[in-house]
Design a protein around this ligand. Structure first.
Ligand SMILES: [Zn+2]
Length: 305
């Protein structure tokens, strides 16, 4: 199929945005940018002085897909006290924005304080609209269903009386702006990318987090008496002065209750940041070490002081 479009519709604008062109072609210069259209599977950029430049669409489509489904760092979707997603109902979860870890002291921002207040209250709200309204009002996070919401049998019967037993495949869902925009523009997006399914960084984060938890619990299950002797404890200091955060790890082979003299620093010379965390967790688990947040082990809370 050859794609030609003199004026970009909203779906095309989303895919062939300046940022996605830049992601695919880092030397793309967006100064004097006057317009963009599609011709013969090329993105044609018109500049103020009348010159044009063309780029093949495929790398830009790839950039759009990769960026939309990127996995943000470990701390970017955790609530207060390293709280992960919490189940609401109907196979949906409340996923917090990582307000408490954005910078040092940000655990005292109004948003982070509001998250603490709200953390256990969502289960009292019975309607999805009420949950998303509360999340949006205080900018706390999102309602997300990575495997799709359950569709009630009763609801289905009313929709289609002839096939009450055929359940449709649940589709992933997120209340964030990116996911909602893709859902709204799905027909236009599919003209460019057939079979495209909306996704977002929250769904990617959720899946990565779930993978980590399941790997961790499998490892504990495989330990003798389900008690791990090889363990790590990690500590995180959020960013300050525009620098990255600091992620520190200690380890022992004497179990998480070992006294501090039995623990060793993991590569003390390395400056690990929030961007290394997924990889470090994987490395720990692959080597048979069960990670614990330092905050869960008060007897060694002074380890990094
Ligand atoms: Zn989302």
């Amino acid at each position: 199929m050859t794609i030609t479009s003199p004026v970009l519709n909203q779906g095309q604008q989303l895919i062939f945005s300046r940022n996605n062109i830049l992601r695919a072609f880092p030397d793309f210069d967006d100064t004097g940018f006057a317009g963009v259209h599609l011709h013969d599977n090329q993105v044609i950029i018109t500049r103020n002085e009348g010159t044009t430049q063309s780029y093949p669409i495929d790398p830009i489509i790839t950039a759009f897909k990769e960026f939309t489904a990127r996995t943000p760092d470990f701390f970017s979707c955790l609530g207060p006290n390293y709280r992960g997603p919490s189940i609401w109902r109907n196979n949906c979860y409340v996923l917090f924005k990582g307000w408490a870890y954005q910078s040092q002291g940000s655990n005292k921002t109004p948003e982070a304080i509001m998250q603490k207040r709200w953390a256990d209250k969502f289960s009292m709200l019975d309607l999805e609209d009420k949950v998303t309204a509360a999340l949006n009002q205080f900018n706390l996070g999102y309602l997300v269903s990575p495997d799709g919401k359950y569709v009630g049998r009763q609801e289905l019967k009313m929709a289609d009386d002839d096939s009450p037993d055929e359940l449709p495949t649940p589709e992933p869902y997120c209340s964030c702006g990116s996911f909602q925009q893709q859902t709204r523009l799905i027909d236009q997006i599919r003209e460019i990318i057939p079979n495209y399914e909306p996704t977002c960084k929250h769904i990617s984060w959720f899946k990565r987090y779930r993978e980590l938890l399941s790997k961790r619990s499998n490892l504990i299950q495989s330990c003798r008496g389900h008690v791990a002797s090889k363990v790590t404890a990690w500590n995180y200091i959020p960013p300050a002065n525009g620098n990255d955060g600091k992620f520190q790890v200690i380890w022992t082979k004497d179990g998480e209750m070992a006294t501090l003299d039995r623990w060793r620093h993991y590569k003390p010379g390395e400056n690990y940041t929030q961007h290394d965390v997924w990889t470090l967790f994987d490395a720990m688990l692959d080597n048979g070490f069960v990670p614990f947040p330092l905050t869960a082990l008060p007897h060694i809370s002074h380890a990094f002081k």
